[in-house]
Design a protein around this ligand. Structure first.
Ligand code: ADP
Length: 595
């Protein structure tokens, strides 16, 4: 419950004032709404007694006037709600979603499938808004009206008040007991639903694979069957609930019967006038109607709460990587990098289970097992080694994707954990194996890491990095040059072109350290040669790290680190390694055979 309060604070705290204004307007509307049956009761008593006609006209006019006031108040409330609550709440939730998600570490993002996140966010944002609607427009008016009617009845007639209090108390206790039984299974159902949407999302993203391997029926059947499992769980929860809820929803009509009987008894014994009893009946009928309706929407409210909880859990996840408040924030970095006995294990391995759909942790294997290395400012170094040896994991640790469980990484003598991580990352130009691209213009994609409006970056700067990345010809052949939209994940470019856009992006902010993680892997031999010349030029005067699968391209590096099974096993220039490192020698020989 505490964590639910924490989630609600995150979503609703800035809106307590407009929510209170709306609830106050609703309270005024309710008071007017309650005074109308009272006037109606007086009109009935007037008919019974055939009093002065002017009194009747006065009563009828008052009722009509109050209806009109209600109409205007309702309109004002609707506009106020839209401008001060609904729209700002939506903006606020979107903002906190992005702020919180961007605070999570790379490891935390890698742990959670993007399909699951999208599903949690879409459902959560919807639930937060619907829940606010339910709180402001369903629950608060009900509570206000209940309290007002009970107070009025207690003042007018204790017996009537007693019947309503008894009925409302039974309903509330019953509803609370039912909610308790359903809250946890519902939350589990939501989480299961998000896991299921992960698979659907995967299928969508891999549609090209589905079509090219002619596996359309498989995609349809597997998405169907996992969804059918969720539906079964849904039924298992809601069918028993609906039986109990139907019994609970008998409370309002039975209370109403009590109110009728009490009224009949009072009139029979001349303890109240017909008009007064009519007023009390209308009041209680109104309240009990609302209670009955809450019974109906309660199921939705429980679903919203479950979705908001899962969403809140995601947003309130403690970030694993943060910079300390007194973090070191150098303007520029010389680029002296050292790893001392660094051990890293990726968090969150999962195993697929065919039986119950749950994931079990498997034994954890360290990807880095005591890495020691030193890179001097301005050096051009390369990591080589068999696939899976840990080369990319070294870069991942250097970018503080995750903190090592043992050992230290230092940059210019500062422990990485003491550095302002955003400042460090912004001074590194990295070209990953898979270049991440937005479905926007080439200009936008290249200028992304500058943090500036793409049109503020002079074309001359773009021309320079585009030339360095050997893309000049390609850009001039694009229909709108830099302003051509390159498609989702850059599908309108070839693999090699995507990688060259990545290189241009890394170069444009004039970084202090350059990292190329297999940056030339999808280039043909000619382009690879050109890019290597470009990398050589770009790396002048700054520390450059290359992860290379083709050793011929890094033979002239100042220092080559041979990585094997999570450790640096040898380090030195090419010629020295050929004589001292059997692994390096065999890697070189194997490649020479291939070529
Ligand atoms: P290399 O770059 O030398 O090919 P990597 O550093 O990518 O090797 O991988 C080293 C080991 O870490 C491999 O066993 C790989 O399976 C594992 N690994 C890499 N990335 C992840 C990840 N995100 N989660 C779990 N294990 C990973």
């Amino acid at each position: 419950m505490g964590e639910l309060k924490q989630h609600f604070r995150l979503f609703y705290r800035p809106f307590l004032a407009p929510m209170s204004v709306i609830i106050a307007i609703i309270a005024v509307e309710n008071s007017i709404g309650l005074s109308i049956p009272w006037l109606l009761g007086r009109l009935v008593d007037w008919m019974h007694a055939r009093g002065d006609m002017r009194d009747a006209m006065m009563l009828a006019t008052s009722i009509a006037f109050l209806w009109m006031v209600l109409n205007y108040l309702g309109n004002f409330r609707w506009r106020f709600n839209l401008i001060r609550l609904v729209q700002p709440l939506r903006l606020h939730v979107m903002r906190v979603t992005m702020e919180r998600l961007t605070k999570l570490s790379l490891a935390q993002h890698l742990d959670k499938h993007s399909g699951v996140k999208q599903s949690v966010i879409a459902e959560g944002q919807d639930a937060v808004r619907s829940l606010m609607d339910a709180m402001v427009f369903q629950i608060s008016p009900l509570v206000i009206e209940c309290v007002a009617v009970i107070c009025l009845l207690a003042w007018a007639n204790g017996m009537m008040a007693g019947v309503v209090i008894a009925g409302a108390s039974i309903f509330v206790f019953w509803a609370r007991a039912l909610n308790r039984t359903i809250a946890e299974p519902l939350r589990e159902l939501k989480e299961e639903g998000h896991r299921e949407s992960k698979f659907r999302n995967d299928v969508m993203r891999n549609m090209e694979l589905v079509l090219l391997t002619a596996q359309e029926p498989r995609a349809v059947n597997e998405t169907q069957s996992s969804y059918a499992r969720i539906q079964q769980q849904h039924r298992n929860i809601w069918i028993p609930y609906s039986l109990d809820a139907t019994s609970r929803d008998n409370t309002p009509p039975l209370t109403r019967l009590g109110v009728y009987l009490a009224g009949i008894w009072l009139v029979w014994n001349d303890a109240a006038s017909v008009g007064s009893v009519l007023t009390w009946w209308i009041w209680t009928a109104d309240v009990l109607n609302r209670v009955g309706n809450i019974g109906w929407i309660w199921r939705d409210i429980m679903e919203y709460i479950a979705s908001a909880r899962v969403f809140g859990d995601l947003l309130n996840t403690e970030p694993q990587i943060t910079s300390p408040p007194d973090a070191v924030r150098p303007e520029r970095f010389a680029g002296r990098i050292a790893f001392r006995d660094v051990w890293l294990t990726y968090s969150g391995h999962e195993r697929e289970s065919a039986d119950d759909g749950t994931a079990h942790p498997v034994s954890r294997n360290a990807s880095l097992r005591g890495v020691d290395l030193a890179i001097e400012p301005g050096q051009r170094v390369a990591f080589v080694g068999p696939s899976g040896a840990g080369k990319s994991s070294i870069v991942y640790t250097l970018m503080r994707g995750q903190d090592p469980e043992r050992g230290t990484v230092t940059v210019d003598g500062h422990d990485l954990r003491r550095l302002d991580i955003r400042q460090w990352r912004s001074r590194v130009g990295i070209v990953p194996q898979t270049v991440h691209l937005f479905d926007k213009s080439l200009r936008y994609n290249i200028c992304w890491a500058t943090g500036k409006d793409p049109y503020e970056v002079p074309d001359a700067d773009l021309d320079r990095v585009i030339a360095m990345a050997c893309l000049t010809e390609r850009v001039s052949s694009l229909p709108y040059g830099y302003d051509t939209i390159i498609g989702e994940r850059g599908v309108k470019l070839s693999g090699g072109e995507r990688q060259r856009v990545g290189i241009a992006r890394a170069l444009i902010s004039d970084p202090d350290v350059l990292v190329f993680d297999e940056a030339t892997s999808s280039l043909d031999a000619e382009n690879e040669h050109l890019i290597h010349d470009a990398i050589r030029t770009a790396s002048r005067g700054r520390t450059t790290i290359l992860i290379a699968h083709r050793l011929s391209t890094v033979a002239d590096a100042d220092r080559i680190f041979v990585v094997d099974e999570g450790r640096v096993v040898h380090a030195g220039p090419h010629a020295e390694l050929l004589s001292v490192s059997p692994l390096y020698r065999s890697l070189v020989q194997r490649q020479n055979k291939v070529f």
